[in-house]
Design a protein around this ligand. Structure first.
Ligand SMILES: [Zn+2]
Length: 317
């Protein structure tokens, strides 16, 4: 890693299943301008939307911010991203036809600027390690709890990518080899216990005989848990047990300084983190536990976009 900031800017692009967020970001993380466009995933028009958004941001830069040198374009994207080749190695049906898209080459050819692309949780981890909860940490594990569970690992100052961009897929770490079957082929994956989808599904299964009791969403289950309801307690206790088992193993594998957890249920703060820390303290080796903080993510909704942009300085200079 080199040391920045300076006065230069980069374009950050955060590609999600429903919307794409664009921004003009200075090297210290300051956002000058943002723009959100729909992904148009069903129409398979993702790349057209990416071009349109970048063109609009470029106009803003030319008209009012051209005194700041523009260093390149950084992209964070849903799906398994092959960082070195700059391609989409695999994307689910959330974005049909996106698998195998050579995003880096396409955007480079079109705009003639340096381009970097990585998985959205990897760039989130980059942002948190530069400006957020993992600031100045060279060893960090990041979990993003959302519809699914995403993960990223920074080890000895470097983001781990693996052979084709799949490293850090913490959502598919099994925390219960006798657990329910997972879409990945394994059993009892963390995602089954800690994702919004998993929390909702497990609650519905538990209350299936009492239709009146069924929840309307994962948030609804969490609210019921906070108010002390029995079935919700059973579900969220399993969430904490699953997260605890996964994080204890990650601490044993990576010996990190910080574990940063963002999204979904993590936004609750202490009601989740207090029992989670106590669970981890019973599972992890004391010699490694003393070095690690387990904390919520600090950067808000633009963190993926900022992290995407930061790649330009992180790898490009
Ligand atoms: Zn799985």
């Amino acid at each position: 890693m080199i040391s920045y900031p300076d006065d230069s800017v980069a374009i950050g692009v955060d590609i999600g299943g429903t919307k794409i967020r664009f921004g003009l970001v200075r090297s210290d993380g300051l956002i000058f301008h943002t723009l959100v466009l729909p992904t148009k995933a069903a129409e398979q028009r993702v790349m057209e939307q990416v071009y349109a958004g970048i063109e609009q941001i470029l106009l803003v830069w030319e008209n009012s911010l051209a005194s700041h040198r523009l260093n390149g374009i950084g992209i964070g994207s849903a799906g398994q991203i092959d960082f070195l080749r700059g391609t989409v190695h695999f994307a689910s049906e959330l974005i049909p036809g996106y698998t195998a898209t050579p995003v880096k080459d396409l955007v480079t050819q079109r705009f003639n600027l340096p381009v970097y692309i990585d998985n959205d949780v990897n760039v989130l981890a980059l942002a948190e390690s530069r400006f957020g909860a993992g600031m100045d940490c060279r060893n960090m594990v990041c979990l993003a709890l959302g519809t699914g569970v995403g993960g990223a690992v920074i080890a000895d100052g470097r983001l781990l990518h693996g052979v084709n961009g799949g490293a850090g897929e913490i959502g598919h770490m099994s925390v219960n080899m006798n657990g329910p079957a997972c879409i990945c082929g394994s059993y009892g994956c963390l995602e089954i216990y800690a994702s919004g989808t998993g929390i909702f599904n497990r609650y519905q299964e538990l209350t299936v005989l009492n239709i009146k009791k069924q929840a309307t969403s994962a948030n609804d289950v969490v609210e019921r848990w906070l108010s002390g309801e029995m079935a919700a307690r059973q579900v969220i206790e399993m969430t904490i047990a699953g997260l605890g088992a996964a994080i204890a193993s990650l601490i044993h594998i990576f010996n990190p300084e910080v574990v940063v957890i963002g999204g979904g249920i993590a936004e609750l703060g202490e009601p989740l983190f207090a029992p989670l820390r106590s669970r981890i303290s019973t599972l992890a080796m004391p010699s490694m536990l003393e070095a690690v903080r387990i904390v919520p993510a600090e950067l808000g909704g633009s963190s993926n976009m900022v992290g995407a942009a930061i790649q330009v300085w992180e790898y490009g200079m």
